[in-house]
Design a protein around this ligand. Sequence first.
Ligand code: AHG
Ligand code: MN
Ligand code: MN
Ligand code: MN
Length: 337
Amino acid sequence: MVDRNKKRVITLEEYIIQAQNKFPGATGDLSQLLRDIGLAAKIISREVNKAGITNILGEDGSKNIHGESVKKLDLFADEQMISALNRAEITCMVISEENDGIVELDNAGGKYIVYLDPLDGSSNIDVNVSIGSIFSIYMREKPGSNQLSADEALQPGLKQVAAGYVLYGSSTLLTYTTGMGVSVFTLDPSIGEFILSEDDVKIPDKGTIYSVNEGSYHSWDKGLKQYIKYCQVEDKETSRPYKARYIGSMVADVHRTLKTGGIFIYPNSSQYPNGKLRLMYECNPLSLIIEQAGGLAIDGKGRILEIEPEAIHQRTPIFIGSQENVLKVKEFLDKYS
Ligand code: AHG
Ligand code: MN
Ligand code: MN
Ligand code: MN
């Protein structure tokens, strides 16, 4: 007898088709793109989950354009994502943290542009702490033209047609939005399928966790120093002192913030005068997810998603999370600016 109360299992593929069917004129191209990213995520997840017994840990010996030592898994993830995106020939170029310039794909006339942080939180790979992959998808302004340039890819985050991340944690999650809410899928490795685990996720309006690398405290702006002190003061009415949590993988810190509420901060500092995190493939996609879930993401002044980009690898400070927490830190930043 069928148990009608049992929650029906919906796979990522089924979910994508159901969403596409809501748009009769849809070509199915974005659906194909999301499925290809899902395939790459499964392959990367398989490698991450046996990293200790395959020769995929450690550094590859090179440095990327950001001066960071590149890990073998950075490159593996980059290759898997780019080859998956090349399959359907609907993406013309990929811009990734691990490649200096644009990566032209086989079909230069493809209508999508994809930004990638193929492996986020690389410093955590060798110590078995959660890491992620981040993607951000734009439509070309001149579809069909075979003349590719980074200029076409310099679009504000509000113009993303889709954005999401994979979190390789205690389970592997794929979270994405196409602008109609946030859905979370959990990988069932026994059948190799991403299964819908949460739909239309909303971030709590406020939270009691703040997340920042306090090692750079000495060089912060006064307003941020005062805000962190505010978080640490005892005040039962506002559930302070807050808890401090910092994983060092943006995907993991932002996913926790999405689930529990609170705020994640990567500010400008003496080491990173414009902030460390990259606008186009870390801050914009995660800001779209958090704003679609009802939260807020600013660079200290205005919304991250409204920043007009000038360079594909540009950095920005970021304050992202629950509305109340982000508006509160902005109060301090404005007061002491
Ligand atoms: P990536 O591994 O893609 O270079 O990103 C690392 C980023 C981000 O994941 C994290 O929030 C931040 O670096 C941590 O930086 P610190 O170690 O300076 O705190
Ligand atoms: Mn890196
Ligand atoms: Mn990153
Ligand atoms: Mn990375």
